[in-house]
Design a protein around this ligand. Sequence first.
Ligand code: NAD
Ligand code: TDX
Length: 336
Amino acid sequence: MNLFVTGGAGFIGSNFVRYMVKQYPNYKIVNYDLLTYAGNLENLRDIENSPNYTFVKGNIGNQELVDFIVKEHKIDVIVNFAAESHVDRSISEPDVFVKTNMLGTQVLLDVARENKITKYVQISTDEVYGSLGETGYFTEETPISPNSPYSASKAAGDLMVKAYHETYGLNVNITRCSNNYGPYHFPEKLIPLMVTNAIEGKELPIYGDGKNIRDWLHVEDHCSAIDLVVHKGEPGEVYNIGGHNERTNNEIVHLIVEKLGVSKDLIKYVEDRLGHDRRYAIDPTKIMTQLGWKPKYTFDTGIVETIQWYLDNKTWWKNIKSGDYKHYYEEQYGVN
Ligand code: NAD
Ligand code: TDX
């Protein structure tokens, strides 16, 4: 199989590229990524010389280049991770989210259609379903009801994927996963931000009352689920992915404080995120029963390993925090 992975230099994409390069030595894996602030080839240093791996720098919105690469490498399957992924950035700068997450998806779909790609997999998110009350779960039948510019742009991409299936008969799947955590997670997101700030003795900013709930899944379990969808997903189907690990943000931050043995006084309650979704929780019954997926990690083991990874890989995140990201961080929270 010749696989075109877009956004493979980001957090989940790089974990997926590594997983596939190791799992399928006979496949050809082409990683196509624009290397925005979130894309980092350091994430793939250990596998960059593998014979079954190639990197190409490019924008998913560049139809000519995408088409050229897809033809050159005789691509069979496209897996699209490329996206603007941070909700806070989508609130201050929505336009690039529409360009990449919606229009970029449409460009990939067009190239897939014109080149008679055998399968197109869209990596989406549980956030397209909106926010839950205190009970209940998102199933694949839950209506799409996004609340942030980020989730609206992801939902728009998903609807375009569905349209290309219905209209042109393109073989597609959409996966909707809950919040991921694990190695190479960019330190603007809750868990890596709190872990790295705690290690550095910096403030730990919790939005609002900290009682918002997210459903956490280790990134490797997300990768194994996508592997199953690539190989066994039924045409046109949506698969929700999650491991029933609901935690409030307060619980997450207190756990990190406790595991790292730092002072609780670092915790600071700050202004809430605009339109902050209260609760996400995934019902993963479909992928578990129909494709036989099972997560390997419990949250308790996964989070301890992940904290250790950040302790062992300080150079990786310190390089990021000292660059462009630092300016964004200073604008968000003031200098500290
Ligand atoms: P990320 O921000 O870490 O990585 C995104 C990658 O896409 C980066 O390497 C970036 O350079 C690349 N990219 C951005 N714009 C591009 C463009 N125009 N052309 C080519 N490449 C471009 O994001 P992530 O957390 O790894 O998320 C990957 C995907 O998974 C996204 O589609 C996101 O919506 C989805 N998702 C993320 C989570 C999560 O918890 N992080 C959960 C569910 C779904
Ligand atoms: O400093 C912070 N303080 C805080 O309280 C940050 C960065 C976040 N939070 C809260 C907001 C959320 O309730 O923590 C929760 C998690 O926030 P993020 O890490 O920004 O993730 P979230 O908004 O839930 O979105 C993530 O999961 C779904 C990814 O970024 C998306 O790409 C994915 O689709």
